[in-house]
Design a binder for this molecule. Structure first.
Ligand SMILES: *Cc1c(COP(=O)(O)O)cnc(C)c1O
Length: 476
């Protein structure tokens, strides 16, 4: 770094074009049209300031500024600043309902409905029969009741909100009895004991971690009891010497004492998944038939819809919940309702569901089909990865994800990338993982057992073509 003398600096500075002149130049016209004057001016001032700072620090590489250079630097800044932060990625993690990657993908019918709701006025809270004000729940509650066998239903922002609202409306300043085996934490900040205290209810734990009996519930019931609650142990399994009390045993006890049973079902599936060879999961209808008075579940887990929390159950309980002030705070927007309705309608034709509902289609995708994808992508990825890596198509297991059925796995196929020298190559694998993650559409895999693993279950035809294209454009 050689020193720029005072007079050289003054000479350089004198040649910096004026802001007005740059803004009025032909080179900047297109930028002004695209980004508007305010942004361009801001980025230009930043570029000039940065140039002055380097010039004054005596950076020898600083040369006189010309407008073409300024334009390139301003444009780069503006493109970077305006790039969307929420971007599409390739979910090759092997977890179909990946909470960090946005959970359920929606079918086109839902996308079309959302598009309409976004661009046209709709009868969100308007009764077209009477011309009077309506209730947004009316759009969807009949359909939910039809599919679940419940008397009434309401929808809120997510299942955490559904639980919080239900407890606030039905158990504030009272006790809720929950088994110690079901004091669940769902990733992030959803913990049953915390939600309970936020709702102003007192948690009355019964039983032990591995075993809870009917008499534990019975003995805990007192004058302060508002609810008996069961929570789906979505993301863990307790096995070995265990006992839990089923809803059809708890319900008669609760009802005999004039109490209600609430069930947080988590994933809340509406149909028997075993018909597609998927693991068994109790449906919402079965839960209600077993005697639950209130059931809460997510819209964007196994149900395959948008983020939402569905609350179904006894009419009087739902009415109480809908009157609570938190319901207004936690209500869903029209986009959610627009997306939820066509997804729920698909459940009226269960025999078509595995083809139409994206989540179910991904979960039931045959591993032979996934293998063919793996065999097509393998040579392209091998070329990009280079000779320091070995890319092999191998069988693997996907997970459903989102806390649904944590112990069950789905036979899948994918690409396993190891280092060519047979060393563990932690850093080398991380380098490739980073390269893939930094692509135009980032590729998200996972590193496990000294290999980078890309499960191709969620790479359907259009995405496969896009990934191959993107890889082909990449330098080896
Ligand atoms: C996932 C889950 C929740 C939280 O649902 P969100 O829709 O993510 O808010 C609550 N309870 C259980 C048992 C769950 O599995």
């Amino acid at each position: 770094m050689s020193d720029v003398t005072g007079s050289e600096l003054r000479a350089l500075m004198a040649r910096v074009p004026s802001v007005e002149k740059v803004m009025a130049s032909a080179e900047f016209a297109a930028l002004l049209t695209e980004f508007g004057r305010t942004q361009v001016l801001g980025a230009l001032r930043d570029a000039l300031d940065a140039w002055r700072v380097s010039a004054q620090s005596g950076d020898a590489s600083v040369s006189a500024l010309d407008i073409a250079q300024l334009r390139a630097s301003v444009e780069a800044t503006l493109r970077r600043r305006n790039a969307a932060r929420l971007r599409s990625v390739f979910n090759l993690t092997g977890t179909v309902l990946h909470t960090n990657l946005g959970r359920a993908l929606l079918p086109d019918e839902a996308v079309q409905a959302v598009m309409k709701a976004l661009t046209q006025p709709a009868n969100l809270e308007f009764d077209l029969g009477t011309g009077k004000r309506g209730d947004r729940d009316d759009l969807i509650d009949e359909l939910i009741c039809e599919l679940t066998g419940a008397e009434a239903a309401t929808v809120v922002n997510n299942n955490a909100a559904a639980v919080l609202l239900s407890l606030s409306a039905l158990a504030s300043k009272k006790e809720v009895i929950v088994s110690r085996g079901e004091l669940v934490e769902i990733g992030g900040a959803f913990r049953i004991p915390d939600i309970m205290s936020r709702a102003g209810a007192r948690l009355r734990e019964v039983g032990t971690t591995n075993r809870t009996h009917l008499k534990d519930y019975d003995e805990a019931i007192g004058p302060q009891t508002a609810l008996l609650m069961k929570v789906h142990t979505s993301n863990y399994a307790i096995c070995g010497f265990t006992k839990e009390v089923a809803i059809d045993a708890i319900a008669p006890l609760a009802h005999a004492r004039g109490l209600a049973v609430a069930v947080d079902l988590g994933s809340g599936t509406l149909v028997d998944l075993t018909q597609w060879g998927l693991p068994r999961e109790t449906t919402v209808r079965e839960t209600i038939e077993a005697g639950a008075d209130l059931v809460t579940f997510s819209g964007d887990k196994l149900l395959g819809g948008p983020q939402a929390g569905l609350i179904v159950g006894r009419r009087d309980l739902i009415a109480k919940i809908k009157k609570h002030p938190l319901k207004r705070a936690l209500r869903v927007g029209k986009l959610t309702l627009a997306a939820l309705e066509p997804v729920l309608q698909m459940y009226r034709a269960p025999e078509k569901l595995a083809e139409r509902l994206t989540t179910l289609r991904l979960l039931t995708r045959p591993s032979d089909d996934i293998r063919l994808t793996a065999e097509r992508v393998q040579p392209v990825l091998q070329r990009v990865a280079g000779e320091r890596y070995v890319v092999v198509a191998e069988p693997m297991f996907s997970q459903i994800g989102s806390g649904a059925l944590p112990v069950d796995v789905l036979p899948s196929y994918g690409l396993v990338i190891r280092t060519a020298d047979g060393k563990r190559g932690g850093r080398q694998l991380l380098a490739l993982e980073k390269r893939l993650r930094e692509m135009a559409r980032p590729v998200i895999g996972r590193i496990a057992d000294d290999a980078l693993r890309l499960d191709l279950r969620c790479l359907e035809a259009a995405d496969e073509a896009q990934l191959i294209e993107q890889l082909k454009d990449m330098q080896a």
